[in-house]
Each structure stands twice: as structure tokens, then as C-alpha cells.
Design a protein around this ligand. Structure first.
Ligand code: GMT
Length: 378
């Protein structure tokens, strides 16, 4: 039995993949007997009301007339100091570099003046490097905070390479991929739910995201438009975000809105993936694509772009297909190939499920645990 640790976890508590990874990691570690302290501005969406060994500390962002923008990073650093002292944290693990890594560094320095040594790990998730991080307005601070971290992990080989390319990084970056809890996805197909959207002989195509530009949700609609000309199909669009309004209009303009269901945000995406045949993820950039892995764990074939970490998750011609970003015609052809007959679809679905097993929680969580143990002094 490993030493049980008191671990502070910092993340974005919303529907984004980094917050989901952090929350699922916290749950798995709590289950293994570690004490987990989430420190963030609201309760992580996947955190249950009360789970043994799991605690939540809110960073309250107060209004003060002088501030046009509340200084979240300072408030977070102060909270980290407070939680580290009062809960006697052994280690801090921050998910998403901006602004969590620099807040952790500043908390670490403050704690040093009180003779407390608190190592911190930064996990890079994607847009903190590929979109925001390399922006000149963040770059110097992010580079510094990554280099000051006691350990740095990235969620794919591709993100690791991008980080070395965009920044002057002096540290080794360890790749620890996203993971899934397989027990969540062994969910029998919900026949009644399926019947709400599609006839027996129709296929269901699904997309789940935060509907940001980077997800290219327009492409999802256009791909579906091409597919439904060839066979009877329905499209489920799950999530919410800045592009939602525009993409609903596009479905109307293309005359397919009766075949497209916009379902909003969902905490239980496994119910939706359990009734899906093909998952679409045509993103502009994607460091890993957790949502594609979640779909695969439900036995859903994936058609995605070939960027970032997606080729590490979706195996071309095996678990689905990879096409160039923006290659709508190519993606239509890929979906049609998967759906060409029942046996082909079944083969892709089985392969997707099998490949997802490489990323099961019991294989990945010990990698984080070993990293913590290597940094914590007795
Ligand atoms: O995909 C998003 O826009 C959300 C973002 C996040 O940080 O919450 O997701 C990133 O982290 C996930 C978890 O590591 C990865 O699976 C996603 O691929 C990555 N998104 C991008 O790189 C665009």
C-alpha cells in the first residue's frame, strides 16, 4: 500500500476536458485513499455533492469598485497558501497552465517564507499551449511558470512537442494521456432514448463539444448534410458555446434542422454515446480529444481531423478515420465507408472499444500517483 497523500487539485470547474480529467483523477485518487482538495472558483461539474476523501475550497472572487477585472490569480494564490497550511497539503497539481501554474509558483514562494515546502506539478492540456500560451501576451509568464514547476506533464506526445517548439523549456515533460473510467461506459443501449431521435433503420451521428471556433462545428453540420443525402441519419449536437447560434442557423439554411437535435450540455454523455454510431470531431487543433476517447469507450467509431494528439487516440482505418482539417468531402466519404454495411460498422465499433481500453483509469492513474510519490519528501 502506497503512502496516502494530501493532494491539492486546481482546475477549471466547467465542462472543458481539462476540468473533467482533473475531477475524474481526484475521484480515482480519493477512492485509493488519498485526501483530495479541489481549489477553484466553483464546484467541478463532475464532482458529486459529497464523496469520501474529497473536499472543495472555493476561491471567492469579490467585487471591489477599483477593479475593472478581479485579480483571480492573486486570489487563487492566497487560497492555495491557506489550504496548503490548514490542510497540510503534501503536493499541488494544477491542470491547465494559465493562470494556474503561475499562481502555484507564487503560492510556493510565499509558503517557502514560512518554511513550508510544497512541490507542484503542472499538467498541460492543450489550448493553454497551442492557442493562448503561445500568444505574446501570455508567453513569458507561462514559459517561466512551466520551467519553475517541479514536474510537468502533457496529455499527448503531440502536445509535448508543441510545448518544446513554442517555448524555451528546460524541463523534461512526461506524457500522461487522458483516461476513462470504463465502468461508466458499460451502459446498455437505451432503446427508448434512441427511439426518441431515430427510426430503427436510421444511424445516429453525434458531436459533443464546447462549441468554440476551434471545434469547427460548422464542419460537423456540413459533413452530416452530405451523409444524410446518401442514407437515413440523425445528428445529435451536445454542448453549448459561442458558435451554437450560428450553427443552428446553418442547419436551417441547409434545410436539415428536422434531422439535427441540439441537446445542450450533458453531465451523462455516456447515455448519448451509447445510442451513437459515429462520432465527429473535425477540430482545428486538439491536443488529445478526450471526448473522442469517451465515445470510443462506448463503442462508437470516430471520424476526426488528423491534428495534434488525435492520431494517438483515433487509429486511421481501425477505430475510425482521420482527415485533413476542413476536408468536408473526405470526412463525408469516411463516415459513409464506416456505415457502408452492418459488418463494417460493427468492426469499427469493436476496434474503437478495444483501443479505448489502452486508456483505462487503472493503467493511467498510477502514473500520476508515482509522480506525486517521487516529489513528496518523507
Ligand atoms: O477542448 C476544449 O476546448 C477544452 C480543453 C480544456 O482544457 O478543458 O480541452 C483540452 O484538454 C482536454 C483534456 O486534456 C483534451 O482532451 C482536449 O483535446 C484539449 N482541447 C484542445 O486541445 C482544443
Amino acid at each position: 500500500m502506497h503512502k496516502s497523500l494530501k493532494i491539492g487539485l486546481v482546475c477549471y470547474p466547467t465542462f472543458g476536458g481539462s476540468g473533467i480529467v482533473a475531477t475524474e483523477l481526484g475521484k480515482a485518487l480519493a477512492e485509493k485513499g488519498h485526501e483530495i482538495h479541489f481549489i477553484t472558483y466553483s464546484k467541478p461539474v463532475r464532482m458529486e455533492w459529497f464523496t469520501k476523501n474529497m473536499y472543495y475550497h472555493e476561491v471567492s472572487v469579490s467585487d471591489y469598485p477599483l477593479f475593472e477585472y478581479a485579480p483571480y490569480e492573486l486570489l487563487l494564490s492566497s487560497k492555495l497558501v491557506d489550504v496548503a497550511i490548514n490542510q497540510k497539503l503534501d503536493i499541488l497539481h494544477v491542470h491547465y497552465a494559465i493562470p494556474h501554474a503561475s499562481a502555484a509558483f507564487s503560492a510556493q514562494q510565499i509558503l517557502k517564507t514560512r518554511n513550508i515546502d510544497l512541490p507542484f506539478i503542472t499538467t498541460l492540456h492543450g489550448t493553454d499551449i497551442t492557442l493562448l500560451g503561445k500568444d505574446k501576451s501570455f508567453q513569458p509568464v507561462i514559459e517561466f511558470a512551466i520551467n519553475q514547476s517541479d514536474s510537468v506533464t502533457a496529455v499527448s506526445e503531440s502536445l509535448k512537442e508543441d510545448t518544446y517548439q513554442f517555448f524555451d523549456i528546460k524541463k523534461d515533460i512526461e506524457v500522461i494521456p487522458n483516461f476513462i473510467d470504463p465502468s461508466l461506459y458499460h451502459f446498455a443501449e437505451d432503446i427508448e432514448l434512441r427511439a426518441q431521435f431515430a427510426e430503427k433503420d436510421e444511424v445516429i451521428i453525434t458531436h459533443i463539444s464546447n462549441f468554440r471556433k476551434v471545434k469547427r462545428v460548422d464542419d460537423v453540420i456540413r459533413i452530416f448534410e452530405g451523409v444524410q443525402q446518401q442514407l437515413s441519419a440523425k445528428l445529435l449536437m451536445v454542448g453549448d458555446g459561442p458558435e451554437l447560434h450560428q450553427v443552428k442557423n446553418l442547419a436551417r439554411e441547409l434545410g436539415i434542422s428536422d434531422k439535427v437535435f441540439f441537446l445542450g450540455k450533458s453531465k451523462r454523455i455516456e447515455q448519448i454515446t451509447s445510442i451513437s454510431d459515429v462520432f465527429l470531431l473535425p477540430s482545428e487543433t486538439e491536443s488529445f480529444g478526450l471526448v473522442a476517447l469517451e465515445a470510443m469507450a462506448s463503442g462508437v467509431a470516430v471520424v476526426s481531423s488528423n491534428v495534434g494528439g488525435l492520431p494517438e487516440v483515433n487509429k486511421d482505418g481501425v477505430t475510425g478515420f482521420l482527415n485533413e482539417v476542413g476536408d468536408i468531402e473526405g470526412m463525408i466519404a469516411s463516415v459513409l465507408t464506416i456505415l457502408k454495411d452492418k459488418d463494417t460498422l460493427a468492426r469499427f465499433k469493436t476496434n474503437a472499444l478495444e483501443h479505448s481500453q489502452k486508456f483505462e483509469l487503472n493503467k493511467i492513474v498510477p502514473e500520476y500517483e508515482n509522480l506525486y510519490l517521487s516529489l513528496v519528501k518523507n
